[in-house]
Design a protein around this ligand. Sequence first.
Ligand SMILES: Cc1cc2nc3c(=O)[nH]c(=O)nc-3n(C[C@H](O)[C@H](O)[C@H](O)COP(=O)(O)O)c2cc1C
Length: 369
Amino acid sequence: MGLYVWKYGYRKILEPWAEKFAWLDPDIVSYAALIISGFTAGCYVLAAEYPVLLLLAILLIFTRMTMNTIDGVMAIQQGKTTLAGEIVNALPDRYADVVLLLGLVYCPFCRQDLAIFAMGTVFLVSYTGMLGKAIGVSWQHHGPLGKVERLILLMVFTLIQLFSPALSFLGFSLSPLSWCMVFYIILGQITVFNRLRGQLREVCLKEWPASRERQAVAGRALVVYDSQTGNTKIIAERIASTLSVKCCSVKEPFDDRLYDLAIFCTPNIRGNCTARMVEFLKKTPPRFNYYGIVVSYGAPLWGWPTAVKTGWSVASRLGGRPLKCFLVKGYHAKFKTYKGRPNRADQDKAAVFAVSVARKMIKRSAYEQ
Ligand SMILES: Cc1cc2nc3c(=O)[nH]c(=O)nc-3n(C[C@H](O)[C@H](O)[C@H](O)COP(=O)(O)O)c2cc1C
């Protein structure tokens, strides 16, 4: 979860102010934010002669953040949420990023090569975010270096720059603003990766229903689950509905000779599957050619490693190797951890897992024939 979600809280605070400026066109605010970025860049360029300008730069960055938030609120209040408005919302913002980073390229406190790389990275972050819209999925906002995060990072490092000309880390000594650019490059690349992964997930789910693979797997697969408080059931049902296959509880009898692929879903109970699932696997050693495993867990910190152990214990009972394993957080009714999980994003990940297990099975069975 990025700081992007905080924007919604800040929006609430700005709502009464947006009402006061109801006479003002939100597009003007968007363009004014670009001008503010120009002034911020100027502050960085002249900071060696007038270091106090770094303080002004922080103030201007915060002003730009506020303007970038309030323009959207004003557009909603004034009923001006048009497609053209979206362009005005996005394009000056990208220009503002370029202008701001140009200021850092020419800032005597910042290493020029790092600022240039950072500028390229920031542009790629925005590009990959919007690429989703271009290919018909959603605009991607996640990742550690969204706009809010990068502006906050810049404000923090600008403040440090005021008091300390150099910072040493891992044997490297750079100015705080140069370190900020290093963070932009590293976190930016992680963000690009995150956003592309999010897009690929959505694309996968969008293309799957009409795919030949879906038809090939229907009737050949089965989802078997156990669930005490409902979390694992939610995930099992989503997997089954994605693959259009039968979903049954361990309590129900079924003929395992009919299926090539089974996906076993269990909660993590102290590093093992449920007693019912253990009994089920013991009593009727299933004869599936291929299988996948899902474990939902609810404990903090040790939840994930013990869920891995649970996955291994299911695999060791079934023999062979699972095609894939999926671990998902689920609300722990005793500890009250992970409230609201599995949420929609978890269910979407489960659906993507289902698709990749099915694809793997189809590939393997074609290879083995
Ligand atoms: C008796 C009990 C023991 C549990 N032990 C663990 C545990 O050792 N580690 C863990 O991560 N979660 C543990 N959990 C949490 C569950 O694995 C988690 O909430 C899971 O999503 C529950 O799935 P269900 O709603 O399908 O039953 C435990 C839950 C219960 C009720």
